[in-house]
Design a protein around this ligand. Structure first.
Ligand code: UDP
Ligand code: MG
Length: 335
């Protein structure tokens, strides 16, 4: 892939193409998992939408990451590479998940900026020139923000909005609403991301954590062009848990306050019982309230232990220090 030809310490706006500078390269990072039907239309649409960029001194390259596809995705990619040498393919040894696949793409990206993109055209290629334009204005991160979520089911819309609200309420680094991974990130941002050593990667959170000057453009998200979504309800739930537990320890800490409140209330209740006994004598009834409070406290304790388990599981995964992904082979293009 292209060697860096401009000094990365310069601000973004100074580094990008200007007459005589040799132009800038932008890499589209495209994770693919069983997407044989989507690759050809994706390439066609991207080439059409980005043709005008060439005249502005911006060259494009594609980094496809084959995330353990069991169909002919890899063959389709290699075939496409024969006719378009700007295509690079990283073949992972198995399915590592979209976050890991994206990390693999970013790790081997040597361009001036990268745009992580879904292959199913839900991230529309006509937005790319808009992202580039903002980048030229000097922003290091340009977010592509969904104008609405009408392409999602009602349940997904509600659960997504709840996730953003809960996440941003308890996490310090806020993630912008309705922005997926589709965005332009400058070379400096890519390097910052590479410096984060964590293995369980919730990319949206990491993108927000590294910061940088950020702008956004709006777009309308369409339906998938081929195949099916790879994210089931259960996978999305786990993804949300990953996001929250990766960027906030509030769920762990809240138990201190819940515990303290319940202890204080129990103490007051104890005082009440003592006072009542002293005034009215021994009182036998109380079976129902006893059972309810035992069950309630048991439930709270299990919940607390469960949350500790969530974090412990993540600590365990981190401490094993396994690589985020394993590359079977790289098929380098010519550019
Ligand atoms: N993807 C991947 N590995 C996975 C699941 C998905 O590389 O384990 C890719 C997929 O091929 C697509 C992108 O991630 O290019 C987004 O997936 P999808 O469209 O299924 O997600 P949705 O748009 O439904 O959230
Ligand atoms: Mg999709």
């Amino acid at each position: 892939m292209n060697a860096p030809f401009l000094n990365i310490d310069q601000p973004a706006a100074d580094r990008i193409a200007r007459p005589g500078s040799g132009g800038a390269t932008i890499a589209l990072i495209v994770p693919v998992h069983n997407e044989e039907g989507a690759i050809a239309p994706f390439l066609k649409a991207v080439c059409e939408s980005t043709a005008p960029l060439k005249d502005k001194g911006v060259a494009l390259e594609f980094i496809f990451v084959n995330d353990g596809s069991s169909d002919t995705t890899l063959e389709k990619l290699i075939e496409a590479q024969q006719t378009d040498p700007r295509i690079h393919v990283i073949d992972l040894s198995r399915n590592f998940g979209k976050e890991a696949a994206m990390t693999a793409g970013l790790d081997s990206c040597d361009a001036d900026a990268a745009i992580p993109m879904d292959v199913d055209m839900q991230d529309p290629p006509h937005v790319i020139p808009l992202l580039v334009e903002k980048w030229r204005e000097g922003f290091e991160v340009v977010l592509a923000k969904r104008a609405n979520r009408s392409s999602d089911s009602f349940l997904k819309q509600r659960s997504a909005s709840m996730f953003y609200r809960v996440h941003n309420w308890i996490a310090q680094q806020k993630i912008p609403h309705d922005v997926g991974d589709f965005r332009l990130i400058d070379r400096q941002v890519i390097q910052a991301l590479r410096s984060l050593p964590e293995r369980r990667r919730f990319m949206k959170g990491l993108f927000a954590w590294v910061g940088f000057r950020t702008a956004s453009v709006e777009y309308v998200r369409d339906q998938r062009i081929a195949g099916q979504s790879k994210f089931s309800g259960w996978k999305l739930w786990n993804f949300a848990l990953e996001g929250i537990t990766s960027f906030s320890t509030a769920p762990l800490e809240i138990w201190t306050y819940v515990g303290a409140t319940i202890s204080a209330l129990s103490f007051l209740y104890g005082l009440l019982i003592v006072a009542k006994t002293m005034i009215f004598g021994v009182d036998v009834p109380g079976y129902a309230s006893l059972l309810v409070s035992v069950l309630f406290l048991g439930g709270i304790q299990l919940l607390g232990i469960g949350i500790i388990g969530q974090y412990l599981g993540r600590v365990y995964a981190e401490i094993k220090q396994r690589p985020i992904y394993i590359v079977r082979r790289k098929y380098e293009g010519m550019s």
